[in-house]
Design a protein around this ligand. Structure first.
Ligand SMILES: Nc1ncnc2c1ncn2[C@@H]1O[C@H](COP(=O)(O)OP(=O)(O)O)[C@@H](O)[C@H]1O
Ligand SMILES: [Mg+2]
Length: 380
């Protein structure tokens, strides 16, 4: 290296150093204004009147991706910051923010993402419990089947409801301590179970409406049996291979109700009552309802039944009103969610603020059917 090169190099470094300083200043400024605009500030009263304090940035990595370390003000939480991420992101020049807690929750790491973190597919990899999807923060929602709440999933046609259900059902079917039951008017979701140990509690297709009722009557009878044998000193029935968890899949539930109402109005009414009982009483004795509909409206599931479903997923829905049915707190997200890609859902889950999730990718119906067949073969 000649002396000239060395000097040039030093100049270049100094020059880029100055550019970095400009960028850092711009980010500090943008952060303060974004936080103030979103109301993520502490207001203290001083002799000269109220003073607004935005949480300070204590460290910046320019990246890309740029990563900000924020020292929260007393009273502020990382969870609160997460709920504001969508409002903050555009003012920081980002498409989305990933927010992680640091220290004892008094600091947050904010990563500025140039692309939607949910754009990439999520592989259905084995691990603890069942994988329901991955959130914007990169964390997977994995749940032991016994810890599942009753679930309701809504979404427009081709929004990814069935693919998500395939992933869930395939994982449940692979467990010896889980039985997959349900009624499936599409005929596709439960068809791979034909001839397996699960089939006796399943109704597939709409050719025989009485069969759908019989399956639900059987499930309610099983629930009542379990309630009767539940030891008096317990409020939750212990589960295992003798007393398996029963997942009750109600795929395309509105289509089922329409078909039953058309066949015999009383049949539709009876089935609604059976499902209402399952939702209200079966959780403590090891049954989990997974109800899928285009829209979770009152004619399909009444408010009381909806309230029993603590796990709520909305794939793409067209109106804020639909979203409000399952996520009363998510008005902020409605506009964006109307154009969500297939497989991206808004999720309300016990103990968590509403978040976006990408469902695991099941490559095709064939892959789903093969997965079910592989795990249930010979177990009829
Ligand atoms: N998680 C996903 N990742 C990628 N593509 C998906 C995903 N879920 C659904 N899709 C695409 O969307 C299409 C429709 O999905 P589907 O589950 O059948 O919708 P729905 O049951 O809501 O009508 C699928 O054929 C697939 O191409
Ligand atoms: Mg479907």
């Amino acid at each position: 290296m000649t002396l000239l090169d060395a000097i040039r190099g030093r100049h270049a470094r100094r020059h880029s150093h100055r550019l970095d300083e400009v960028e850092v200043d711009a980010l500090v400024d943008a952060w303060a204004r974004a936080a103030e605009g979103a109301g993520f500030v502490r207001v203290v009263s001083t002799v000269t009147g109220p003073t607004v304090i935005a949480p300070r940035l204590v460290h910046i990595v320019l990246g890309p991706p740029a990563v900000l370390t924020v020292r929260l003000e007393p009273g502020q939480t990382v969870a609160e910051l997460r709920t504001l991420a969508r409002r903050l992101a555009p003012h920081l020049g980002a498409r989305a923010l990933r927010i992680e807690a640091l220290g004892v929750g008094d600091h947050a790491r904010v990563t500025l993402l140039a692309a939607d973190p949910l754009a990439a597919p999520v592989a259905l990899l084995p691990g603890r419990g069942v994988l329901l999807g991955r959130g914007e923060d990169g964390r997977c929602l994995r749940v032991e089947p016994a810890d599942l709440p009753h679930l309701i999933a809504q979404g427009a046609t081709r929004s990814g409801k069935s693919r998500w259900l395939y992933g869930l059902v395939a994982q449940l079917a692979a467990r010896a301590d889980v039985e997959v039951a349900g009624v499936d008017p599409s005929g596709l979701t439960l068809r791979p179970f034909t001839g397996t140990r699960h089939a006796h509690r399943q109704a597939c297709g709409l050719a025989d409406p009485a069969r759908a009722e019989a399956v639900l009557v059987g499930l309610v009878a099983e629930m009542d049996r379990r309630l009767a044998v539940m030891p008096t000193w317990l409020d939750v029935l212990p589960l295992g291979e003798d007393e398996p968890l029963i997942a009750v899949v109600l795929e395309e539930y509105p289509a089922l109700l329409r078909a039953l109402d058309a066949a015999d109005a009383k049949l539709g009414k009876r089935v609604r009552a059976l499902v209402a009982r399952l939702l209200a009483e079966s959780h403590k004795v090891g049954l989990r309802v997974v109800l899928v509909a285009q829209r979770a409206e009152a004619t399909i599931v009444g408010g009381a039944e909806r309230a029993q479903c603590e796990g709520r997923l909305s794939f793409r829905v067209d109106t804020a009103e639909s979203l409000r049915l399952l996520h009363p707190d998510a008005d902020d997200l409605a506009v964006d969610h109307a154009t969500a890609p297939a497989g991206v859902a808004l999720v309300s889950w016990p103990g968590r603020p509403t978040f976006r999730l990408r469902a695991p990718h099941v490559a095709s119906y064939g892959a789903y059917a093969a997965a079910v067949t592989a795990t249930t073969r010979g177990a009829a």
